[in-house]
Design a protein around this ligand. Structure first.
Ligand SMILES: *Cc1c(COP(=O)(O)O)cnc(C)c1O
Length: 324
């Protein structure tokens, strides 16, 4: 149910975002693995956003959105609600652009995430997830302090920023046959689709969601946005309940398909990354690779791009995944 009045972002917006991010975001490496190539019978190219600033691609969208604020908006600052990577992305971007940031987090959010967000200089305001409505609190804060709310995925500037990761990958590795993208609310996927359609129109693009959190897959089947209960999955960056008003129409228009993977398959992927590629990846960051490996798409002989979306995982939790 998208309003026809919405103006969707385009590849031009991604190209503009890339200029704003130049020299600010890392141009992350593209890694290869002979073992992965042999396992899938394909040539795989891993775009490592786990090595992005603050540990995830979310820095791209947050910084792009904040750098488009007016002088007045900058003075009053930015507001976000998140207990995950979006919080740290907004906090770091606000510090770089020298503006105040308030992050609304559930009071039971991991202490390490709150500490990291504070270290980037943001003010953390906590609320009770079970008794308080975070949207009402954030609206009140926005009204009282005149701060601008930046959502984690459903915003044209956020989508455009996220699209710069796929843009870099496609410029570095032309003629990809397939691209697999981790999928929560669809900011990364819709941005990647804008880049893929412009730079590699023949490339088939798949989004990969957790099996229990297949809100985008259900929405595609229904032909409109479907809302699901908060899913239980170890992919905590993809526990979204529905795709957005901006992300869904782009996904609906341009995606090849959306696949799902189980938590067990994510754990296997984390182990593969640690053991074979020597990189730390968070569960959500492994969705794309797990989808390429287990998603029943025939990749034999193909050139396949995989976006590893992030690497922020509590070490105790990570050790448990590796040891189980
Ligand atoms: C937020 C996030 C995602 C999902 O991104 P969307 O734009 O919501 O689809 C995937 N991986 C990581 C590491 C994230 O932080």
């Amino acid at each position: 149910m998208t309003s026809p009045a919405l103006s969707l972002p385009t590849y031009e917006n991604v190209a503009d975002a890339a200029r704003r991010l130049q020299g600010v975001a890392h141009r992350t490496p593209v890694l290869r693995s002979n073992t992965a190539d042999e396992m899938l019978g394909a040539q795989l190219f891993f775009k490592c956003e786990n090595l992005q600033r603050m540990g995830a691609f979310k820095f791209r969208g947050a910084y792009n959105a904040l750098s488009r604020f007016s002088g007045e908006q900058r003075e009053r600052g930015v507001l976000a609600f998140s207990s995950g990577n979006h919080a740290q992305a907004i906090a770091l971007s606000a510090r770089l652009l020298d503006m105040p940031a308030v992050i609304l987090m559930p009071e039971d959010a991991p202490a390490s995430k709150m500490a990291a967000t504070r270290e980037y200089g943001a003010q953390v305001v906590t609320y009770n997830r079970f008794t308080e409505d975070r949207e009402a609190i954030s609206r009140r804060l926005a009204t009282e302090r005149g701060m601008t709310l930046v959502p984690p995925f459903d915003h044209p500037d956020v989508i455009a920023g996220q699209g710069t990761a796929a843009k870099e990958l496609l410029e570095e590795v032309p003629e990809l046959d397939y691209l697999f993208v981790c999928l929560g609310g669809g900011g990364l996927l819709s941005g990647s689709l804008l880049s893929a359609k412009a730079l590699a129109p023949q490339c088939r693009v798949y989004g990969v969601e957790p099996e229990t959190g297949n809100d985008v897959q259900q929405s595609l089947h229904a032909g409109h946005i479907v809302q699901i209960p908060t899913p239980h999955t170890i992919a905590d960056g993809a526990q979204t309940q529905a795709p957005g008003q901006y992300t869904f129409p782009i996904i609906q228009r341009d995606v090849t398909d959306v696949l799902t993977v189980s938590d067990e398959e994510l754990v296997r992927a984390l182990r593969f990354f640690a053991e074979r590629m020597k990189i730390v990846v968070e569960p959500t960051g492994a969705l794309a690779f797990a989808g390429a490996r287990h998603g029943n798409v025939n990749l034999r002989g193909a050139r396949v791009g995989i976006i590893i979306s992030g690497g922020n995982v509590d070490l105790t939790r990570y050790a448990r995944f590796l040891a189980d």
